[in-house]
Design a protein around this ligand. Structure first.
Ligand code: ADP
Length: 299
C-alpha cells in the first residue's frame, strides 16, 4: 500500500513588528524568520516522522528549492513534486509583541495544479493506496474524482473551509479529519456530537475524526463513537497540532491499529507539538512520542 499526500507547500515569512501595519503606513521590522509550511507539507512531515513511507505531490515556484530540500531531509518522496515558473505559495505574517498577527496569503504555485499533472501523478497509484488531501490547492475536486476512480482510499482534512469544497463530491471520501470550526462550517451544528451525527448522516460510509483542541477528539463510524481526552501538557504554541494529529492518525490506520489506538497515538503526538514553539519543526518523531511520559517540565 502506497501513501501520497497531494497538497500545499508554503514559505512563511514571519516579521516581528511593534504593531501590525495600518492602512497607508510604512513600518520597519527588525526580525524576520523564514519557515517552510503549508498544511500539505506539514502533514507529509508528520507522516514521515511517524515512520510512514510517504510521497508528496504538488508544485513549487523557482524560489522553492528550500521546500524540496525540506522534503528530502525528512525522507519524503519528491518524485511527484514539480518546480514551475513564478513564485511558491507564501505568506507574509506580521506578529506584534502581544502575539497578534495579520497574514497575507499568496497562493502562487499551490494554485497551479493542472488536470494533466493530476493524471500523471495518480497513474502511479492503484486500488488500496491512500491519498491525503487538504484544501489549499486548486482542482481539489478533480483530484478526489481521479483518486476515487483509481480505487484509492481518500483521507480529507477540509481545511481551510472555503467554497472550493462545494465543488467536491464528498461522498467519495473514506475518512474526514477536521476540527470543530470546520465541522460547524460543514454542518451548521456547534455541538461536537451533533457535528459527527450530521456528517455521518450525509456521508454514511465515511469515518469521521473530529478534534476539539484541549478537549480531545472524537471518532465515529458505523461501529459507534470513540472518545479520547487530550494529554495534559503545558501549551506553548498550538500551531500544527491538527496537522500532527492528522499525520499520526493516518499512520495508525495504515498500520492496522484500531480507531481508539489511533486517537490515542495522534493525541500524544499532537500534545507534544503544542509544547514546542513553531510549526513544522515542532512535529515530533515516533521515537519522541514513544518516550511518553515525557520530561516533567513539559507536563
Ligand atoms: P487544529 O490545530 O486543526 O485547530 P485542534 O486545535 O483541535 O486542531 O488540535 C488537534 C489535537 O491536538 C487535539 O485533538 C488534541 O489532541 C491536541 N491538542 C490541541 N491543543 C492541545 C492542548 N492545549 N493540550 C493538549 N493537546 C492539545
Amino acid at each position: 500500500m502506497k501513501v501520497l499526500c497531494f497538497g500545499s507547500l508554503n514559505i512563511d515569512y514571519v516579521y516581528r513588528v511593534d504593531h501590525v501595519v495600518r492602512l497607508g503606513e510604512t513600518e520597519k521590522s527588525e526580525e524576520v524568520s523564514v519557515n517552510c509550511g503549508g498544511k500539505g507539507l506539514n502533514q507529509s512531515v508528520a507522516l514521515a516522522r511517524a515512520g510512514m513511507t510517504v510521497s508528496h505531490a504538488g508544485m513549487v515556484g523557482k524560489d522553492g528549492q528550500g521546500l524540496l530540500d525540506k522534503c528530502a531531509e525528512n525522507g519524503i518522496g519528491t518524485q511527484y513534486l514539480r518546480m514551475i515558473e513564478g513564485r511558491c505559495g507564501h505568506t507574509i505574517i506580521q506578529v506584534d509583541g502581544e502575539g497578534n498577527n495579520s497574514i497575507l496569503l499568496y497562493g502562487g504555485a499551490n494554485q497551479c495544479m493542472t488536470r494533466a499533472f493530476i493524471d500523471e501523478v495518480l497513474e502511479g497509484f492503484e486500488k488500496g493506496d491512500v491519498i491525503l488531501l487538504q484544501n489549499e490547492i486548486n482542482l481539489l475536486h478533480a483530484i478526489i474524482d481521479k483518486a476515487y476512480d483509481r480505487g484509492m482510499q481518500i483521507f480529507l482534512n477540509p481545511s481551510p473551509y472555503h467554497e472550493a469544497l462545494e465543488k467536491c463530491d464528498l461522498r467519495k471520501i473514506s475518512c474526514f479529519l477536521l476540527n470543530e470550526i470546520e465541522g460547524e462550517q460543514m454542518t451548521g451544528e456547534t455541538k461536537p456530537e451533533k457535528i459527527l451525527e450530521a456528517l455521518h448522516e450525509k456521508y454514511p460510509s465515511a469515518k469521521i475524526v473530529l478534534t476539539l483542541g484541549k478537549e480531545g477528539s472524537l471518532y465515529l463510524d458505523d461501529a459507534g463513537m470513540v472518545r479520547q481526552e487530550a494529554f495534559r501538557v503545558k501549551a506553548v504554541d498550538t500551531t500544527a497540532a491538527g496537522d500532527t494529529f492528522t499525520g499520526y492518525f493516518l499512520y495508525s490506520q495504515a498500520a492496522g491499529m484500531t480507531p481508539k489506538e489511533g486517537l490515542e497515538l495522534a493525541s500524544k503526538a499532537a500534545a507534544l507539538t503544542v509544547t514546542r514553539d513553531g510549526a513544522m519543526d515542532s512535529i515530533p518523531t515516533m521515537e519522541e512520542v514513544m518516550q511518553y511520559p515525557w520530561e516533567e517540565d513539559q507536563v
